[in-house]
Design a binder for this molecule. Structure first.
Ligand code: FMN
Length: 406
């Protein structure tokens, strides 16, 4: 069983999203702002659509936090969907008066029988034996990533107590790629620049070209994907394990990142190049450290592995490349829409358009950070235990002291 668990619930246009995070040690300081800060970061980004202008996501703690400190009990959070006021008939959890003509019209307008290629609509509607595609659309929507970012906000706060930092940057949008020299590292100074950038990209020249590409995509009724790099700094050696398939850190992180909407590939370090280059250009040589700043006695000459060997952290930064597909909803006229089917009439048809973004790669990076933070926070709690944050920190410090003796 995971030490840190979280569950999310809520439909895209339902009354609210709710999140339960369980396993946070007591005594950790947690303020609403620690979470709201990350929710605001997810809502930014060039290429987002109208929904982001409607919602200003903020959490309300319902349990588990008292006077700004975790109590050790499950932390539950609520995020209200502001847009629900426009959907209260269509998405009301209670039965609605279907005789009322106003209600009838609202329900009919939002009843969907066509499925959108690239979404969960097709498989979800059949699997759950639904007539209205909306029953699958509402939960499969990436609105759910708001809840992940909320849970991730708490994981980030926990990791901060251990000096561990999880950050990300956009390194590609469509065919516009950041030069190799700007990849693989994000200094604290870089990160400030990334946070200021609408593209979450530290190279301003690339960011300008990415913007142009997104503008063109919008004009052409297209959407664009890309690649984000997610990096974790300061993870000590020996997190994860080689002894079982499901304890390998790379597998655990890959699963967390791969579960994010639109993510289609996850790589570590030099990623796919590891399958192309000869061994001497893939493995990272080790030497006695020239007094590394973290006090370690050893260092790797390169970090092509992305900080993980044999399913364990090796003391170098964890570096992941994450590829996100272009979002499936395309703003096109019916005659240019993607071909699809109507599950009710069983006829060929075209995809329908429901308000949508054009490029979600910058926001996707914030979601990937949250998932990496959650995966690593769980690993820290799993290895170092403790019911109070002080107990966990004491155990952690003892391990760091031990590592210095090796
Ligand atoms: C932050 C974020 C926002 C998204 N917004 C949209 C959107 O506005 N329109 C859309 O069609 N897809 C959007 N997506 C992508 C879909 O949710 C996703 O492609 C779909 O659920 C199918 O899942 P899959 O891509 O993992 O197969 C978004 C994804 C993320 C990560």
């Amino acid at each position: 069983m995971s030490k840190l668990r979280f569950l999310t619930a809520g439909e895209s246009h339902g009354p609210a999203l709710s999140i339960i995070v369980e396993g946070i040690p007591s005594g950790l300081e947690i303020l609403a702002e620690d979470v709201n800060h990350h929710l605001a970061r997810r809502q930014k980004g060039y290429g987002r659509g109208a929904r982001m202008k409607i919602e200003t996501d903020r959490i309300e703690f319902l349990s588990g936090v008292r006077h700004g400190y975790a109590m050790g009990s499950p932390i539950s959070m609520l995020i209200r969907n502001k847009d629900y006021e426009n959907w209260d008939i269509v998405m009301n959890p209670a039965p609605v008066d279907e005789i009322n003509p106003d209600n009838q019209k609202k329900l009919a307008d939002k009843f969907l029988t066509r499925v959108r290629p690239g979404h969960a609509d097709f498989a979800g509607t059949i699997k759950y034996n639904q007539q209205d595609v909306r029953n699958s659309l509402e939960r499969s929507s990436a609105r759910e990533t708001t809840s992940r970012v909320a849970a991730g906000g708490i994981a980030h706060k926990l990791l901060k107590a251990f000096g561990i930092r999880v950050v990300s940057q956009v390194v590609q949008v469509g065919s516009v790629a950041v030069p190799a020299k700007d990849r693989g590292h994000i200094s604290e100074e870089d990160f400030l620049r990334i946070e200021e950038s609408e593209l979450r990209c530290k190279d301003t020249a690339s960011a300008a070209k990415m913007k142009e590409a997104i503008d063109k995509a919008r004009k052409d009724g297209e959407s664009l994907g890309g690649i984000v790099e997610v990096i974790a700094y300061n993870l000590p050696v020996g997190i994860g394990s080689h002894v079982h398939w499901d304890r390998r850190l790379d597998g655990i992180i890959a699963q967390a990142l791969m579960s994010v909407h639109t993510v289609k590939a996850v790589g570590f370090g030099i990623s796919f190049d590891a399958g192309i280059l000869p061994g001497s250009q893939v493995h990272d040589e080790i030497q006695l450290a020239n007094k590394a700043s973290d006090g370690s006695n050893y260092e790797h000459l390169t970090n092509r592995a992305g900080g993980i060997e044999g399913g364990m952290s090796n003391g170098e930064p964890i570096i992941c490349q994450v590829a996100l597909k272009p979002i499936p909803t395309l703003a096109r006229s019916e005659e240019n829409s993607l071909k699809s089917v109507n599950l009710q009439t069983k006829t060929n048809d075209v995809a329908f358009y429901e308000r949508s973004d054009v490029c979600v790669v910058p926001a996707g990076g914030v979601v990937c950070e949250a998932m990496m933070a959650l995966a690593l926070a769980n690993q820290i709690l799993d290895k170092f235990g403790g019911d109070s944050i002080q107990e966990t920190l004491d155990n952690y410090q003892r391990y760091l002291d031990y590592c210095k003796t090796r």
